[in-house]
Design a protein. Structure first.
Length: 436
């Protein structure tokens, strides 16, 4: 794996650059940049080791006991005030700087996914767990292992600079970003419900996500960036019959097939696709136990992704009408049930503009702040409903790959050093610019 560091003359050249962002060059260096670059380079081997350890021992949402203990022990070793057990396994660290000032939060998510790893890495996961009553393989297929390791590294760097911090940094290690188990609360909503922002209350929050892309590059967009997501289930009821005599019952298999086709037509043909991306997906279909018996019930599940609140309501109404009308036409019944949504991940435009120079310095000019809409979703959006927030992506290589794949991996671990710098510099710069 390739890792690029600036040392000696190269680092000095970066830190000597003039003000502004021009010709792709970094923004003007601050007085603490030299210390930050040196400290992040020093902690990088630990970040890699933490990431590999967490990757090898993934845990599902609301089950991140080992990961939470690793984080809490590390924060305590740095002299950071620690609160545990928030939203079941969440950890919050509070670092009070040596100078008076405001409060800023940095967030990482800790949970893995029910995916069987196929990377072939020497530290690949062989873990299993119980997910919705079933035994499943578990993998960090979305990079949360890297997020945790990066924020642990940022905590170590900032703890070593506490005398220079103008205020307080809150480190938020959150469980269940991918969603809690069925029937449980979890994730960002439960963190907020249990007072993650209560004492002290930050006035801004920053978070990052590793993605396939140019190693060490940072990317985001102001305003809406990631979609709102709605999880749904559809319960269909018909009349069981022999597969050789479908007319003697209700052909619920054909009923569900028509619903899938209708959903595809809603997203492609019934709404204005030029406004914002809108996706309505059926992801699972469950029903039946034998090849020659048409069952009397089916369950479908999927997701709706939108960016516009009015369009979201319109699509939901169309989906409900399609389920009810198609099932009634077959002589059966159908109902769609919507789960708790994730709001649109919306980057505060003023905060995004203010922090662009910080991210530019962290990435040595490899930044892009006008990326396309992302139809993936993030429960970081709940924090952004409470306080201004900025969420950005960090490229880690893995060309042509995707998150949530059994092959997902941090192809260039050197990119995590940029992530640590980004977390540290956004915190320091934000606090330095707060009015007191």
């Amino acid at each position: 794996m390739t890792r690029v560091r600036l040392v000696g003359p190269a680092l000095a050249a970066v830190l000597a650059l003039g003000a502004g962002v021009g010709a792709g060059g970094p923004a003007a260096a601050q007085t603490f940049d030299r210390a930050v670059f040196a400290a992040t380079a020093k902690v990088q081997p630990k970040v890699v080791a933490w990431r590999r350890d967490i990757h090898q021992h993934p845990e599902l949402g609301n089950q991140e006991v080992r990961t939470a203990a690793l984080v809490a022990d590390h924060l305590r070793s740095l002299g950071i005030e620690v609160r545990t057990g928030i939203a079941k396994t969440g950890v919050v660290g509070v670092l009070k700087g040596g100078k008076p000032g405001g409060v800023v939060a940095l967030r990482a998510d800790m949970d893995g996914l029910p995916v069987a790893e196929q990377t072939g890495l020497p530290f690949a996961s062989k873990a299993t767990a119980t997910y919705n009553g079933q035994t499943v393989n578990v993998m960090h297929a979305c990079g949360h292992d890297a997020h945790v390791a990066i924020l642990m590294g940022a905590a170590e760097v900032l703890a070593g600079m506490r005398d220079q911090i103008q205020g307080t940094v809150v480190f938020v290690f959150q469980p269940a970003e991918e969603g809690p188990p069925v029937g449980e609360e979890g994730g960002a909503p439960l963190m907020l419900k249990e007072g993650v922002f209560a004492n002290p209350k930050p006035s801004a929050i920053f978070g990052l996500h590793v993605v396939p892309g140019e190693p060490g590059a940072l990317a985001w967009r102001p305003g809406p960036m990631m979609a709102a997501s709605d999880r749904y289930t559809i319960n269909l009821t018909g009349k069981q019959t022999h597969g050789a005599n479908p007319w003697a019952g209700i052909d619920i298999a054909s009923m569900q097939a028509e619903i899938v086709l209708a959903f595809n037509q809603i997203a492609a043909r019934q709404i204005n696709v030029t406004r914002t991306p809108t996706i309505l997906t059926v992801a699972t279909v469950h029903g039946g136990v034998r090849y020659n018996i048409i069952p009397d019930d089916f369950e479908l599940a999927g997701t709706l992704r939108t960016f516009d609140p009015a369009l979201r309501k319109d699509v939901m109404a169309r989906a409900e009408k399609a389920v009810e009308s198609i099932s009634a036409r077959y002589g059966g019944t159908g109902k769609i049930n919507w789960g708790t949504p994730n709001p649109v991940t919306t980057n505060d435009p003023v905060l995004a503009a203010r922090m662009k120079p910080s991210l530019d310095r962290a990435a040595r000019g490899k930044v892009k702040d006008d990326i396309d809409f992302i139809t993936g979703a993030e429960d970081f959006s709940y924090y952004q409903q409470q306080i201004p927030g900025l969420f950005y992506n960090l490229g880690i290589g893995f060309p042509k790959g995707v998150n949530h794949s059994p092959f997902f991996h941090v192809a260039d671990e050197g990119a995590m050093e940029v992530g640590v710098r980004a977390q540290v510099l956004t915190a320091l710069d934000y606090l330095a610019g707060q009015k007191r």
